[in-house]
Design a protein around this ligand. Sequence first.
Ligand code: PEP
Ligand code: MG
Length: 759
Amino acid sequence: MEHYQLLCDISDLNHLFRQSASVENLLDATVQMVTRHLHSDVCSIYLYDEETEMLVMRATAGLNPESVGQVRMKLGEGLTGMALKELRPICVSRASKHPDYKLFVGTDEEQFDNFLAVPITRGLTRIGVLTLQRKKRTKFREEDIRACRAVASQLANIIENARFVIGLHVENEPAPPAVEQVWHLPAGLEVIHGQIAAEGVARGPCRVLDKERTFEKLQQRTFDRSYTLEQFDEAVRQTESQLEELQSRVEEKLSDAASLIFASHLLILKDRQFVGTMRRLIEDGQNPPAAVLQVARQYIDIFTHSTNRYIREKVQDVEDLITRLLGNLLQDADRPTGLAGAIVIARTVFPSDLLQMSSEGVAGAVLVGGGVTGHVSILARSLQIPMVIANRYELLAVPDGTEVLLDAETGTVFIAPSRDVATQFERRHAEQRRAGAVPAVRPQTHTADGTRVRLLANINLLGDIQAAHAFRCEGVGLYRTEFPFIIRRDFPSEQEQYQAYRRLVTGMRGKPVTFRTLDIGGDKVLSYYHNAEEKNPGMGMRSIRFSLRNQPVFLQQLRAMLRAGLGADLGIMFPMIASTDDLRQARAALDEAQRQLDREGVPHNARPRVGIMVELPSAVYLADSLAAEVDFFSIGTNDLIQFMLGVDRTNENVADFYIPHHPAILRAIQVVVDAAHRHGAEVSVCGDMAHMPEYVPLLLGLGVRTLSIDPGYMPRVQQAVEQTHLDAAGELAAAALAAGTVQDVARLLGLAPSAEQPS
Ligand code: PEP
Ligand code: MG
């Protein structure tokens, strides 16, 4: 490999990025490095601004340095603009003769006639262009293009995270006066009952993360003591090293998902203008905490009023950064603390927030609003953060630091508990811990009369692999590949996906692994994908529709899966299939991915099992036609229930209407299982219904022999299977199918009255 050293160096760009004092430094370092390795006379980086639709030169080695920030072109203009518009490298040996060539006077580029431009993109986002130029003698070759592509792909990650601080420098405006406000502890909040989103117990001081009020609260602080400039500088240093440590910790723990979670914080902190303005204000006599808040307010104002959603989302990062910086500066007893050991009370939590909380060692979480089968809950289980969802907005007014006992085994939250309650809680949980060593699980599962039932794992993060082994799962029935996509702040590249998927395949040591293609949309939002705001995202541009519409993203993912599945028992599954047509289009993309890999001679799995998730009523009605064209079905009860009963799975208000044992759901499962059996297709259930012991005999009675569940549920599900006699289960299922009402089914299943009927 000709440019091996370059590839080694760019793989270290993240490192370089963290060491750079600013984005500009990073870009400068990159153009220097590329020029050196590729023996090029010039290397420049242009970044694209979606709002103005202009490409602007941001760094150059070899051209007049004064061109930086000055040379601008429209999308499609000149060879550089053309590379980005057409999303392909442009390599020309006599650039000045090319009809699309455009000379920028003053750049001194006339002398460099060999030209190469490679677009920098992330998924569907246009980020910029990397250009190389050489004097007449040496043309660019195929290896140069390949090397530039690799650099561009690595840069894409970093720039996407960094570009919001570029062009952020604005004139300072005087700050409005802080608002005086008094808060009261709400009455009647001592004990709250909610739904269990992720099991476990926790005790600790609470931290309310209310995105709408965090900064407001900070501004209410008064600062009686005076601080010095040296103390401020020390606080900046401390904050920087804390953030760097957090970033390394999160990378270690969650390597598949945690790309640069704290990058924005670090970037803002390193931005000359940010700390520089604070220092200037302090030098002019302002008390450092007040200076910090004043500059923070300016940044928050700019971000809040941006038309770009991506930038608006950075408000939270600024608030978080300011909280840390002030905490380090004040060093007093009531300084804002991190999340370690805290019970977070929050609303509107995104998966990336949860990752951040986890990396900081949060003890538990109470969410105000949401649903237990929503994806934040699913992720909380993987991250082992006990979580309860309670629809009580007053919780957001609980003062920080109030003691909270979180019992996410019963769904109870105690706010400021009395000593008696706390003692009882501790006693009960000490007993549970003693009794609670991981129960033994047998490597294979059989019903009481000896029929084999396969218990597979649902995997959300690679960290779940360990649990899958500890609980002896027989393979992976569902890998939700969207988590790395939603947690990150940009599209992972094919190579990044390949690496994560390969780790799953090798981690499962020869056991079958089923990947589900991207299932975003609904409550799984990509913050970096600028889709039109949807009024009803659950039924919007989601899941397989997103993939079919965005073929480059889909093909990259399929290629990564096929490559990762080399030599493995690989399954590829398409979510939210509504018709045979959807299935055929998805298969066509899979065939295309295979053809591409064949053509390129890239080793991959040529014969994956292909299946679909059955989670839409239309798929139930088409079960026979679909079964004829797949190797397997996996029934996604979370969505199937949502769409059959018209009940939003993320809405706690309607949780009572979300009824897995609804007769219509049971009949749908029956139809799907029978169709699969008729066509010799495998069938499993992978929604949450599969891990509820009360439904296990019913599912077995309906003919299901494979369940895919979060690994932690293995002991109870195995036990439920082992206690089931298939004859009795068959009779139970037949009776349930014949039942006309929810109450009748509930009685047959012996369910408690509270679960029996919607209130
Ligand atoms: C389901 O819908 O049941 C399922 C397993 O998929 P998800 O929960 O990821 O939507
Ligand atoms: Mg689903």
